[in-house]
Design a protein around this ligand. Structure first.
Ligand SMILES: Nc1ncnc2c1ncn2[C@@H]1O[C@H](COP(=O)(O)OP(=O)(O)OP(=O)(O)O)[C@@H](O)[C@H]1O
Ligand SMILES: O=P(O)(O)OC[C@H]1O[C@](O)(CO)[C@@H](O)[C@@H]1O
Ligand SMILES: [Mg+2]
Length: 343
């Protein structure tokens, strides 16, 4: 059995741990052989393939990024794209199956390759934002929350020194999980998330009540947050490779608005890709390793079109279709719980 692995979409701490888990499980338990497709689906479309023997994955679980690199290439486009070309490339290289590690977009492409072209693909969910339904948590999220929480802790001390308001922007295109968890952990005075638009007046109300208690306000905002009068997410950086608006910068918009309305000197910090870089947390290493191992078992069982997932503390399987249809949004009850601590 020869298995090709790829990592696609935005990177995320733990990708290398998935690769290591898959290779070790395959080599030890199934006598499998592994190759890597470089740069996500681009490696599949262009036949950019590297061997992945056991020694290549040594010590990988603690390493950030992805040794296979990533891209936002669409496997249905370009000269070598589409199921027929991909099946030919797999046959030429003697590859029996693909393990695709990626988010909603990557997994949707994987499902289409299975449904429309009969390609042997299983998926591993990857999302720093924790926005995929059908998995309770995804690896990388815990690490991002740790990084954001440390940043909030650090910003709090400088905020206190100067009596300033700090607006901290974290990732979260469609959902506010990183903001919710890091904000709760770091004791934020308001948490602004895409699922819950809020007016600038309400935000300033929280800021002023914090100031009136003699504290320096700390506001955490997810990049996809919209003020109640905004039609779309704040974006001033053009489009990404998949023609979506590049987000980032809502904190830069909010801080001067807060300062103008409240008179409290305000500063913004955009954490950006710091949240995606570096070593994964121990939790993420374990989760990623288990998912990688389970993905190889899914290949062994020919579970094409399925993805491995975390259910409670168990690793399970679901159809990719089930996972890609819905977003894992922050439930109202979780936001209401956090809101008690605002202001
Ligand atoms: N419906 C689709 N059909 C074919 N290809 C798709 C489809 N949706 C997305 N893709 C391809 O998959 C790539 C990866 O998707 P995307 O860029 O959204 O990353 P992702 O895997 O969802 O990870 P992230 O969490 O970073 O968004 C896209 O850039 C696109 O080329
Ligand atoms: O790394 P890029 O391509 O700028 O993508 C950033 C986006 O990817 C994510 O990190 C994960 O989807 C989002 O939170 C963010 O909007
Ligand atoms: Mg996506």
């Amino acid at each position: 059995m020869k298995i090709g692995i790829l990592t696609s979409g935005g990177d995320c701490p733990g990708l290398n741990a998935v690769i290591r888990g898959a290779v070790l499980r395959g080599v030890i338990s199934h006598e499998a052989e592994f190759v890597g497709f470089r740069w996500g689906w681009r490696g599949v479309v262009q036949g950019d393939i590297v061997p992945l023997p056991r020694q290549e994955v040594r010590g990988l679980s603690r390493q950030g990024g992805t040794i296979l690199h990533s891209s936002r290439t669409n496997p249905f486009e370009g000269e070598g794209g589409g199921p027929e070309n991909i099946q030919r490339m797999l046959d030429e290289n003697g590859i029996d199956a693909i393990i695709a590690i990626g988010g909603e977009g990557t997994l949707t492409a994987a499902r289409r390759l299975v449904d429309e072209g009969g390609i042997n693909v299983v998926g591993v969910p990857k999302t720093i934002d924790n926005d995929l339904a059908a998995t309770d948590y995804s690896f990388g999220f815990d690490t991002a929350v740790e990084i954001a929480t440390e940043a909030i802790d650090r910003l709090r001390t400088t905020a206190d020194s100067h009596g300033r308001c700090m607006v901290v922007e974290v990732m979260g295109r469609h959902v506010g999980w990183i903001a919710l968890h890091s904000g709760m952990a770091g004791g934020a005075h308001a948490i602004l998330i895409p699922e819950q638009p809020m007016s600038i007046d309400e935000i300033c109300h929280y800021v002023e009540s914090v100031r009136d208690r003699g504290r320096a306000p700390v506001i955490v905002v997810a990049e996809g947050f919209k003020l109640t009068d905004m039609e779309a997410e704040h974006s001033h950086k053009g489009l990404d490779a998949f023609n979506r608006p590049r987000l980032g910068g809502i904190a830069e918009l909010l801080a001067p608005m807060i300062e103008a309305r409240t008179g409290i000197e305000s500063r913004d910090t955009v954490l950006g890709h710091i949240q995606r870089g570096g070593a994964p947390s121990a939790y993420d290493r374990v989760l990623a390793t288990r998912l990688g191992m389970a993905a190889v078992d899914a290949v062994k069982d020919q579970a094409w079109g399925e993805m491995v997932t975390l259910r409670g503390t168990d690793i399970a399987r679901v159809s990719i279709r089930e996972a890609t249809g819905n977003l894992n949004t922050v439930p109202q009850s979780r936001y209401d719980e956090a809101r008690v601590l605002f202001g």
